[in-house]
Design a protein around this ligand. Sequence first.
Ligand code: ZN
Length: 307
Amino acid sequence: MQSPDRPQTFPLPADLLAILACPACAGSLGENGEALRCAQCGVEYQTTKSGQPDLRLRAEKQATITFTLGEGFGGTESVDWQPLRANPHPAVDFSALTVPNHFTPELLSHFPKAPTPGAPMLDLGCGTGLHRAVCERAGFFYVGLDYDNPQAPLLGDAHALPFRDGSFDFIISIAVLEHIRHPAVMLREAHRVLRPGGMLIGSVSFQEPFHEISYQHHSHMGVWSALRQAGFEVLHVAPGWDGLTAQARMALLPGWPAAAVRVATAPLWLLHRAWWWLLGKLRPGWEELRRRQIAAGAFTFIARHRS
Ligand SMILES: [Zn+2]
């Protein structure tokens, strides 16, 4: 586990100041002591008690999204739906780095390398900033943003990101989308601040129970559709841990050690696997991928900015 991250302190690095923008009006932000002031609308963004630049909206803002209709059920042909496999040609060597355990070797093998050393990347919903070391190993300038975490480098709202268009080459957003009140708005914002061709890697709840104010959990089709609508080319939507374990760990038996949960759910799990094995023999279409998709607790997605 990485050590806790820290708020971004003043004076801000020039590389960060260059990509910041007012979340209300997209105007330029300039330093004004330990605050940031919008040159266009005049709103001043103060720091929090823990010293973070607080770039959350100061007033309500309207957002309008245009949806494309009439697409029918097609368009999923180019997506890889399988559980994530290791990329045979990883861009970055993460060996000898201690990584958070939700970063599997398979997922890390899909991480891009910074196109130029110090190119900015965004950890959208960064929590304590525990992904910093991984992103810096890939050569990026780490920009972590969270709505409400005293250790996050920056505070901001995923619905109104405080960055200029096309600021980032890479965005990660791990277990965040279900906590966003209007996911389509967040994904449109992620698309806006990403450069054409930039990568988005993230995950979202499906059958995990309600947790920590989660609004909208996504099926594999749901996350594909949301990403595509926002302007992304969807490369992978991979089933993660199973929903039975998620329900047991988070709702049925919260607080139990993982090993005890495994023992408690083992009879049902074995019955489930045996029945699906039999279904696979008896009925066409009841294959392992279908089981993984409909029983998943969460999905991991990899997408590319399509301009
Ligand atoms: Zn402004």
